[in-house]
Design a binder for this molecule. Structure first.
Ligand code: ZN
Ligand code: ZN
Length: 143
């Protein structure tokens, strides 16, 4: 493995995140400024094919790559695109029971709004309430 290949692999594994090829590119570029996006793509797919990392396909966006190669499913925030791992115990057994046939694989993504985004949205819709509170504060201090 070349130094560049190792940097690409380490970037994905050490991040502990789900990264698009673009995100990997910008991180590896700091270390190897002349690297091409094509090199990143080629190596990421190669690593995924040899099961060193996992490729997570997304319906309407670029694939994600991650270092966690243990079986797990995903929750995807529809606001910020951040993906987190979820493990649903006995999911395959459950599906097998429902469908009465052998399940080859499960590719499950739960779409949700992450706590950070939910918090931000709650704050935004709370704006009027906040202004009223500030007004009240001012009045209290004037006392
Ligand atoms: Zn989010
Ligand atoms: Zn994952």
């Amino acid at each position: 493995m070349t130094k560049v290949q190792k940097a690409i692999l380490d970037t994905v594994i050490q991040s502990g995140e789900h990264l698009s090829a673009d995100q990997v590119y910008w991180r590896v570029k700091k270390q190897f400024p002349s690297i091409a996006l094509g090199t990143i793509y080629r190596n990421l797919h190669q690593f995924a094919d040899s099961k060193l990392i996992r490729r997570v396909a997304r319906a309407d966006a670029a694939d994600y790559f991650e270092g966690n190669i243990l079986p797990h499913d995903h929750a995807l925030c529809i606001r910020c695109g951040q993906m987190r791992d979820i493990v649903i115990p006995n999911l395959k057994d459950f599906l097998r029971g429902q469908m009465c046939c052998e399940i080859i694989s499960v590719d499950l993504t739960v779409n949700y709004i992450c706590p950070e985004c939910a918090h931000k949205e709650a704050e935004e819709s709370d704006c009027e309430h906040d202004e009223a509170a500030q007004y009240k504060d001012k009045n209290d201090k004037g006392d």
